[in-house]
Design a protein around this ligand. Structure first.
Ligand code: NAD
Ligand code: DAU
Length: 353
């Protein structure tokens, strides 16, 4: 079996669906169930008994040690993190605690477990760390895309905390020989994406007739990766990746924020036209920029393509079509995650902009 941290969140939850499309190997999920964690996302697999959820903190070393001893996983896949840049600007403490201290405590528990394994199982064991392209900083329009050798230059408390976790994982391989794999990927999008992030926020605000808040001039660029493509890359890196290596995963879909938002608006005009005949684009509102806002991210995925044989299946056009349709069809999920706490966050982040 495998142990996955943070699988009640967006990417981890999609990974569970992806895993059970292809495998019957059971999964144990360790998730703190913060505001971003939602067991509903993986309810079908929990109910079917293929997957077990333990609510707990990756920083609780004793709990992790107990779960490892009890379940004897052949791999640990580490998705758990505080993941939203704007929240890290309002309150960086939780990001340091979970992304750095939490990853350290998790690594310590895993190191002790792995160190005591029998020789064959020890050689086969993997610790796969899911990280981000934001650790590389910001690109100008003409810079080459991030490769695995690009120097780290994180700019937000979030990306700095992820960079710290990447360095710890690297050190645990280099110093202790822990068989690690690290993936650094670009912006994911798709089903079950918490609506604090750009794409789901814009879809749901548009449908609610609310402003579509574009930060700054709207010309920042992100390299969009459909979440199931990312999940496939992780599954393949787990199976075929070279121990100690890092793999950059990107969708080769660089899009300016304003173009992302207008694409969503046009898709909604087509699928859910407004009764009064007006266009969703009329709701676009430029607001104050994010402090320290990175201008452009772009991933060079040639290493994962060459060594692992992975390729993204979705273009931005096909992925956004699937995503918008999913949000239109899954209002039970979207209503449930937009609770009082969500509304408090929206007020905190947007009221003063
Ligand atoms: P998310 O915020 O949707 O989910 C994070 C999950 O981790 C939640 O279920 C939450 O409850 C859990 N969690 C948080 N703190 C925890 C703790 N201390 N102990 C146990 N569980 C805890 O995040 P996501 O978008 O699914 O991102 C998953 C991983 O991928 C993160 O490591 C993130 O840095 C990385 N990543 C995300 C993106 C993206 O576009 N979303 C891109 C690159 C990398
Ligand atoms: O690059 C990978 C990263 O992508 C991940 O590591 C992070 O976990 C993930 O949250 C994401 O970070 P971003 O900051 O790029 O994503 P976000 O959806 O918050 O914003 C995308 C872009 O849209 C960014 O340039 C800021 C802008 N934006 C965002 C919001 C929420 C807006 O213009 N308006 C908004 O309301």
């Amino acid at each position: 079996m495998i142990l996955i941290t943070g699988a009640a969140g967006f990417i981890g939850g999609n990974f569970i669906h992806h895993w059970f499309d292809k495998s019957t190997e059971p999964v144990l999920v360790l998730d703190k169930l913060t505001y971003a964690g939602n067991p509903q996302t993986i309810a079908a697999h929990l109910d079917a008994g293929r997957c077990t959820l333990v609510q707990g903190d990756i920083a609780d070393r004793a709990l992790v040690a107990q779960l490892l001893a009890e379940h004897q996983p052949r791999a640990v896949l580490h998705f758990a993190a505080e993941s939203h840049v704007d929240r890290s600007i309002h309150g960086p403490g939780e990001f340091i605690q979970t992304n750095m201290v939490g990853t350290f405590e998790l690594l310590e528990a895993v190191r002790a477990y792995w160190g005591a394994m029998a020789t064959e199982a020890k050689a086969a064991f993997r610790f796969l760390h899911v990280s981000t392209d934001e650790v590389y900083g910001s690109l100008s329009e003409t810079d080459p895309a991030f490769s695995e050798t690009t120097a780290y230059a994180p700019n937000s408390p979030y990306s700095a905390s992820k960079a710290g976790s990447d360095h710890l994982v690297r050190a645990y391989h280099h110093t202790y020989g822990l068989p690690t794999l690290t993936t650094n990927c670009s912006n994911n999008y798709g089903p079950y994406h918490f609506p604090e992030k750009l794409i789901p926020l814009m879809i749901l605000n548009a449908l609610d007739g609310k402003p579509l808040p574009v930060y700054g001039d709207g010309l920042n660029i992100r390299d969009w990766l459909y979440v199931r493509d990312h999940c496939e890359a992780i599954q393949q890196v787990l199976a075929k990746g070279r121990v100690g290596e890092t793999y950059n995963v990107g969708g080769k879909n660089e899009v300016r924020n304003i173009d992302v938002v207008t694409t969503i608006c046009r898709k909604l005009d087509e699928l859910r036209p407004k009764a009064d005949g007006s266009r969703y684009e009329a709701q676009i509102t430029y607001v104050a920029d994010r402090p320290g806002h990175d201008r452009r991210y772009a991933i060079d995925p040639s290493k994962v393509e060459r060594e692992i044989g992975w390729q993204p299946a979705e273009t931005f056009e096909s992925g956004i079509d699937k995503t918008v349709r999913w949000y239109l069809d899954n209002t039970v999920w979207t209503d449930a995650v937009r609770t009082g706490a969500y509304r408090d966050w929206v007020a905190q982040n947007y009221a003063a902009r």
